[in-house]
Design a protein around this ligand. Sequence first.
Ligand code: PEP
Ligand code: MN
Length: 260
Amino acid sequence: MKKIEPNWINSFKKPLIISGPCSAENENQILEIAKRLDKNYVEIFRAGIWKPRTRPNNFEGIGEIGLKWLNKVKKKKGFLVAIEVANKIHVELALKYDIDIIWIGARSTVNPFTVQEIAESLKDTNKIILVKNPLNPDIDLWIGALERLINKGIKNLGVIHRGFSIYKNLKYRNIPNWKLALKFKKLYPNIPMLCDPSHICGNREGIFEVIKKAIHFNYEGFIIETHCDPDKALSDSYQQILPEKIKEFFSKIDFKKKKN
Ligand code: PEP
Ligand code: MN
C-alpha cells in the first residue's frame, strides 16, 4: 500500500468519539439524541440512513429525508455528521447533503465490486472516509478496500474495528479478534483505527469493557451507538446506550496516564 499521511485525526480530540443512533428514525429522535450528547466528548454525530439488514422486512432505513435531519444536526447543534454508504447513489446523496464523514460498512468491505464503485464515486474527495473491517477475518480484503480508495486519490482515511462474524457466541455478536486488528495497526501505523464496541458486543453490558481494552491498545477513537430510547430502537436495540452514558464513562478515564 502507498504510504499515506492521515493527519486529519489530529484536528480532533484523542480519543475521537463518534456517536449517535444505529438508524435515523425520525427528526425528533435525531435532534433529541444530538441534544443529549455532550459535545465536550462527542465531536461527530453518526446515523445510518440505509440499513443493511440481515433479513428482509425489517426497517431498512429512512432514506434521503434523514440527510436533511443530519443537516439540522450540523447547523443547529454544531456536530460534524457521519453516515454509511453502500453504493454510488448513496455517495452522490452524501455529497449533495455535504455529509462530513463517510464510512463503508462491514458487508461492503467484503465486496471488491462495491468498494470499487464507492471509490470511483468518491474520487479525489477530501472527506474523511472510514473503512470497517470485513465481516470475515480477512485482513487482505480490508487492506484491498483501502488500496482501492487510495488509488482514487482519497487521502483522509481511517479504519473501524467492529469485530468479525461468528455463528452464535454468547459474549460477543462479532468476536473482536484483537490479534488481527492489532496486526493491521502494526502494519499501517499511519492509518487511525477506531473501535466500534457496539457492533462487537451486540449488547449494552459488554461495551465499556471493550472500550477499556481498546484504550489500552491505544486506539485513536470510538464509534458508539446511542439512542434516546434504546429498547424502542428500530435497529440494534440491544446494543444502543443512552447518550448520557458517553460522558459518564469517558469523564472517569484519565488519558494522561496513557503514554502514546
Ligand atoms: C452500523 O454501523 O450500524 C452497521 C450496520 O455497522 P456494520 O457494518 O459494522 O455492521
Ligand atoms: Mn447498528
